[in-house]
Design a protein around this ligand. Sequence first.
Ligand code: HEC
Ligand code: HEC
Length: 271
Amino acid sequence: MGRGTWMAAFGLAVVTIGATGNARAEDPPVPYPAGQLGEVVRLGETLVMETNEHPLSKPYVGNALRCTSCHLDGGKHPQAGSFLQTAAAYPAWSPREKRVITLEDRVLNCFMRSQNGVRPPNGSQVAVAITTYITWLSTGAAIEMNGKKPLGPNHVPALDLTKHETPDVERGKIFYQHQCADCHGEEGAGDIDNPPVWGEQSYNQGAGLSRVDKLASWLKVGMPLDDASLTAQEAIDVAAFINSHPRPAFDLKTHLPPAEKRGEYNGAAPE
Ligand code: HEC
Ligand code: HEC
């Protein structure tokens, strides 16, 4: 298949899935690269699917989540944490770090917050493999660096809470018990097949999903799994309910490796 055909197939797949709403992505119609590069793409894919268990990534993870817990289908989902075309937006300006950051930096920062772990070193096997995999999922996309935020073209914008009723935790609780507890558990702890949504094994307070507007927009396109069907108000209420429970605190110092192993962290160092 020529490069043009891949691009057409890729574009078509995204548009078709977008139009049908809740369908989940098939395997992207882009072949793995040949040789060692292809091996590293596959390693990155495995790390995204098995982040909390794989010996290369596990040392940097502090909870029971995997990248694919939120970047559904390993980032091949067209909306919920999509990695499709993401690499084309980097390097990007990051208001949080007040620096221009690379895709690799973005990957590493997700370890500290969403994975409640420690930032792996730049250039490590983990960093390179995951970044290579995400870049591969952008095959054919035209570079358009984001000068405002470190986010790709398929990210889901946070819901505008001012356009809806005030989040209602009680309503969210009832909704959770009916639509979510079967998989994620009454106590939010999940099980072997379903990740925890609050508590010590979940994302920390520095993670994007710890914000009600972000979690609500993600739930609207991602949950219930394979049947995303929430209205904006339902998503807001259940997001408020989930985030009303305790989860690990975020203190940047405890998520950065010791200075001599850190390289240059792309934000304000905490010392
Ligand atoms: C608890 C959920 C969660 C987990 C686990 C998680 N992330 Fe994320 N990640 C997010 C959210 C939310 C965003 C912001 C996306 C948005 O705004 O649409 C994000 C953004 C990103 C982005 C930038 C996407 C873009 O559009 O530019 C990258 C890259 C990324 N994450 C990589 C990872 C990697 C690699 C892992 C595993 C090591 C990981 N994330 C684990 C929730 C998570
Ligand atoms: C059929 C089982 C199922 C149902 C029902 C379901 N989920 Fe999930 N949910 C999952 C699975 C599985 C994942 C992780 C995705 C993966 O690994 O492929 C997930 C991921 C999540 C995540 C991100 C990861 C984390 O643990 O924080 C949140 C938040 C979440 N679900 C909330 C909800 C809410 C709210 C509902 C109800 C509206 C819901 N889920 C309904 C199975 C389910």
